[in-house]
Write a protein that binds this ligand. Structure first.
Ligand SMILES: C[S@@+](CC[C@H](N)C(=O)[O-])C[C@H]1O[C@@H](n2cnc3c(N)ncnc32)[C@H](O)[C@@H]1O
Length: 268
């Protein structure tokens, strides 16, 4: 295990202890809300019996939704603390969800062409080079299968609401692929005052992410046989340009923080 993985295990342990939103399982889903939440684009008409991999996607949100929709779900994640949340969701709904601990850069535990859908919530930037992950996804997806992922908007990666200068949000970091950036957790992730009780030796109060430039992301997927089925730079969030400057709502109305892609795997 390298430093990248070690850091993230500790960081996600801290976030689970702080009860951050993406570590809380969704325990009130039904088929309609599950679909509304995770298939916003309506690209998956019928998930019954489909093999779905929630990649670096533990926490008990996506796995529960796909299992409710009839899929055979495997969740793969570095953090046992996060995987425990999927186990809670599986017990709550009494549906089988397979949980596997590991690093998304190595999916060798899965046979080639194992999945119809690989669904990767925001996590790509936690490793220095997304291409390693893409190659693993290509190997484990069936031809015709779909790959969803959300990632930071590389143009704003490293910028946060804390960078309000009185006149705007100042971009200062070079647009360098693979460069490490640290982003302070917004207040909605967990209350900073409560965070004071998080043991100091965890120390992961700020994320450690790696900028993935857009050209690299898109061209490497195209080169591996993926074709773009849908793209969104405003999925699943809304900003408010009237909000107080220097707040999350104001910041994201100016600098959309996430990009979301659906790709179809069509190797020649
Ligand atoms: C923001 S959460 C995404 C999942 C969550 N269900 C959600 O909806 O936001 C990011 C996840 O990536 C996982 N992670 C970070 N680095 C990883 C790696 N190298 N391999 C696998 N999982 C990783 C974390 O443990 C965490 O569960």
């Amino acid at each position: 295990m390298d430093d990248v993985a070690r850091f993230n295990i500790d960081r996600w342990q801290t976030l689970v202890e702080a009860n951050a939103p993406f570590t809380r399982p969704l325990l009130n889903l039904d088929a309609e809300t599950a679909r509304e939440r995770f298939d916003l684009e309506g690209l998956f008409a019928d998930l019954t019996g489909k093999d779905v991999l929630c990649l670096a996607g533990a926490g008990g949100q996506q796995s529960a939704a796909f299992a409710i929709l009839g899929a055979q779900v495997t969740v793969f994640d570095l953090s046992e603390a996060q995987l425990n949340r999927d186990r809670e969701a599986a017990a709550h709904y009494q549906i089988p969800i397979q949980t596997v601990q590991g690093d998304m850069r190595d999916l060798s535990g899965f046979a080639p062409a194992s999945f119809d859908l690989v669904y990767q919530p925001y996590s790509l930037g936690f490793v220095p080079d997304a291409r390693v992950v893409f190659a693993e996804v290509a190997r484990t997806l069936r031809p015709g299968g779909m790959y969803f992922f959300a990632m930071h908007n590389p143009f704003y990666c490293g910028l946060s609401e804390a960078h309000w200068s009185g006149d705007g949000y100042s971009l200062k970091l070079p647009y360098t692929d693979g460069a490490r950036v640290s982003i302070p957790d917004p207040e909605w992730v967990y209350s900073q005052s409560e965070a004071a009780s998080v043991p100091a030796n965890h120390g992961q109060r700020e994320s450690r992410e790696y900028r993935q430039t857009l050209g690299k992301v898109m061209n490497s997927l195209i080169g591996m046989g993926f074709s773009l089925a849908h793209f969104s730079d405003t999925r699943d969030f809304t900003g408010d340009s009237e909000a107080e400057p220097g707040t999350w709502d104001h910041f994201i109305s100016i600098a959309p923080p996430w990009l979301a892609f659906w790709w179809r795997y069509e190797p020649v």
